[in-house]
Design a protein. Structure first.
Length: 333
């Protein structure tokens, strides 16, 4: 990790949380205080949430997509030989250090439980399947995101791109078939919009214009790439559970949670980046110092966490709701 030695010394010197003033007077924690503590808290919150959900097996990708993955094993083996960056994505999804990469389906599962007024009432089999489908679509998105734009011909990387398209399309097509089995046009439409938004997000450039800042563009791109899927998945599972009075809260919780989650991922990658001038946050906050960039983005992430918690408070009091809130809080420093 970049600046690891410096970070370790600073953390040893400052055991208590330190708040630093930004240019607008806002107080925020320094970026270097948050990474390991935040990562550990999030892992713990997700692990506890899995227990509340009854440790659903689909949270292990090799279980959820065993049929799909086995059909693609030959292609994935070839991918490992190409040196394509997607290799790291596949390895992370198949054998992650922790399960936070595979938690989108868990959130949908917990939303289904949280809407139940009777703690003894379990979620429907259709809701469980919907959580699995959400996870598979997220995996397909991640694989598709690994496709590279090649400035010069490269046989290995071109092969890797073809495999990424094949594998991502295969998983997404299987998910679409499973969605169609619900015979619910509203749910199919919601997921269709999520897939469409993901594709369109690739055309959003993080450059300010007359109407939107680069930060606004980041929010728009993140909403389209991750937010629509989680928001519409939360809506869909509430439709299946006939919890229509919570549809608005479920949608906004999913949207805010997705933005907070991705802001956290972006912050972690910024901290690890050796050349921060080439990081996406350098485009979002052009001309700002490293500390200013990290601190301002922490404020953004925390605002989305708070908005998600406000939506979660509209759900009945139960373990599932508490688990969702704990995951959200764990995203903050």
């Amino acid at each position: 990790m970049a600046l690891r030695n410096c970070t370790t010394r600073l953390m040893n010197h400052h055991r208590q949380t330190v708040l630093m003033p930004l240019s607008d007077g806002t107080l925020c924690r320094p970026l270097w205080l948050s990474s390991r503590r935040l990562h550990s808290r999030l892992m713990e919150a997700v692990a506890n949430a899995e227990k509340v959900a009854g440790n659903p097996t689909f949270l292990r990708l090799e279980t959820v997509g065993s049929h799909e993955i086995s059909n693609m094993s030959i292609y994935l083996t070839k991918l490992m030989e190409t040196g394509h960056p997607l290799t790291a994505t596949v390895q992370r999804l198949m054998a992650p250090e922790n399960q936070t990469d595979l938690s989108r389906g868990l959130i949908v599962w917990l939303i289904s439980q949280a809407a139940k007024c009777d703690p003894a009432e379990g979620i429907l089999p259709e809701q469980k399947r919907l959580a699995e489908i959400t996870q598979l679509i997220y995996v397909a998105h991640e694989i598709h995101s690994g496709i590279m734009n090649l400035a010069t011909p490269n046989e290995d990387l071109e092969l890797g791109n073809k495999i990424a398209i094949l594998c991502g399309d295969f998983i997404q097509s299987r998910s679409s078939i499973q969605l169609a089995a619900f015979r619910n046009l509203r749910i199919i439409d919601l997921y269709g919009q999520a897939i469409s938004d993901f594709s369109a997000s690739e055309f959003v450039e993080l450059v300010s214009d007359e109407k939107n800042s680069a930060l606004d563009k980041w929010k728009q791109q993140t909403k389209m790439r991750y937010g629509t899927l989680l928001a519409h998945s939360c809506q869909s599972t509430l439709i299946l559970g006939n919890n229509t009075e919570l549809l608005r809260c479920g949608k906004h919780f999913g949207h805010e949670m997705a933005l907070a989650w991705q802001a956290n991922v972006t912050l972690q990658s910024y901290e690890k980046a050796t050349n921060k001038g080439e990081h996406v946050l350098a485009k979002v906050f052009p001309g700002a110092s490293v500390q200013e960039v990290g601190s301002r983005f922490q404020v953004l992430r925390d605002n989305h966490v708070d908005a998600a918690l406000d939506m979660a408070n509209e759900f009945p009091e139960n373990e599932a709701k508490n688990a969702l809130c704990n995951i959200a809080r764990a995203l903050k420093c």
